[in-house]
Ligand binder design. Structure first.
Ligand code: C2E
Ligand code: MG
Ligand code: MG
Ligand code: MG
Length: 288
């Protein structure tokens, strides 16, 4: 037995190290190598203006395919990266790649706003705003073609400091989006106080449309708050025509979801953009 090895022959065996922890460590190890090995990619999911059926923005979503673990969901590796601090490295990569992609769209005449998720730990880095500015300048992308998706929890701790940061970013011309709206400690106060350009109604409220009365009430309320405060509202996770119609009937203007497309490789999104462009009207940026 491992424990009965002779003196000086110590082992790393720890009974309390569960299988779960071991595989977690393996996964984290693989994650830390995935960028360099080219196993990470960014896909882009369209956001659609319902009335015109036009793509008006795309959300950058990370994709990881590991040779050993297969496809690992962001729902698994993002929390792991957040807990280990590695999200700061991953996030910087996503931001750079996404801005590069948006600059490509912009300079080839099919401009489209790119929307990038930012975790709390990244947003809290003291040099976050400075790096953001550098990324935009390096790629010569006008700030209006980038927006950042934050969750409500980011604004909870160090509220004053974070509010200042939000204002600095808005000052640059970068859009600020509240993601998963309604699932956090929703406070209407920050919608009034901060320069938020868009809120995304969480898909958990969209799923029950059109039948579920409570979901309907919540989505309708968020849409009207957005309208009253001059904030764009995007419904997330729209999968069916019925859900989309329900949102439209509640005077919602935008959706993101499988009904249009899942997150697509950049080439596929570009094809759609070009097709849309050839049909006439170009992509319209939000809030312009
Ligand atoms: P999120 O930012 O709320 O992104 C939306 C999620 O909903 C994505 O999951 C997307 O694929 C999924 N989705 C979109 N349309 C539909 C639909 O019609 N039905 C259903 N069932 N799902 C839909 P995904 O890509 O697995 O990402 C999960 C979460 O991981 C994201 O939620 C985001 O919080 C996080 N994440 C992904 N990429 C990044 C990243 O680059 N940085 C950071 N910090 N977080 C990321
Ligand atoms: Mg998001
Ligand atoms: Mg979301
Ligand atoms: Mg989410």
């Amino acid at each position: 037995r491992v424990k009965e090895r002779g003196r000086g022959n110590f082992s790393f065996y720890q009974p309390q190290m569960s299988a779960g922890l071991l595989s977690r460590m393996k996964l984290e190890h693989a994650m830390r190598q995935a960028l360099d090995k080219g196993h990470m990619a960014i896909y882009y999911q369209p956001q659609v203006h319902i009335e015109t059926d036009r793509i008006v923005a795309a959300e950058a979503l990370m994709r990881w395919t590991d040779p050993e673990f297969g496809v690992v969901s962001p729902a698994v590796f993002i929390p792991l990266a957040e807990e280990s601090g590695y999200i700061v490295t991953l996030g910087a990569w996503v931001l750079e790649q996404s801005v590069q992609e948006a600059a490509r769209w912009y300079f080839q005449g099919t401009p489209l706003k790119v929307s990038v998720n930012v975790s709390a730990l990244e947003f809290r880095q003291p040099d976050f705003v400075e790096r953001l500015l550098q990324v935009l300048q390096r790629n010569a992308l006008p700030a209006q073609w980038l927006e950042l998706e934050l969750t409500e929890s980011i604004l909870l701790t160090d509220a004053q400091e974070m509010a200042l940061r939000v204002r600095q970013i808005a000052e640059l011309g970068v859009g600020l989006v509240i993601d998963d709206f309604g699932t956090g400690y929703s406070s209407m106060a920050y919608l009034k106080k901060l320069p938020i350009s868009k809120i995304k109604v969480d898909q958990s409220f969209v799923r029950g449309l059109p039948e579920d009365e409570e979901d309907r009430a919540i989505v309708a309320a968020v849409i009207s708050i957005g309208q009253a405060l001059g904030v764009e509202v995007v419904a997330e996770g729209v999968e069916t025509g019925e859900q989309c119609a329900a949102i439209y009937n509640m005077r919602g203007s935008y959706f993101q979801g499988y009904l249009c497309a899942p997150a697509l490789p950049p080439e596929q999104l570009l094809q759609r953009l070009k097709a849309q462009h050839e049909q006439g009207v170009g992509a319209v940026a939000y809030s312009q």
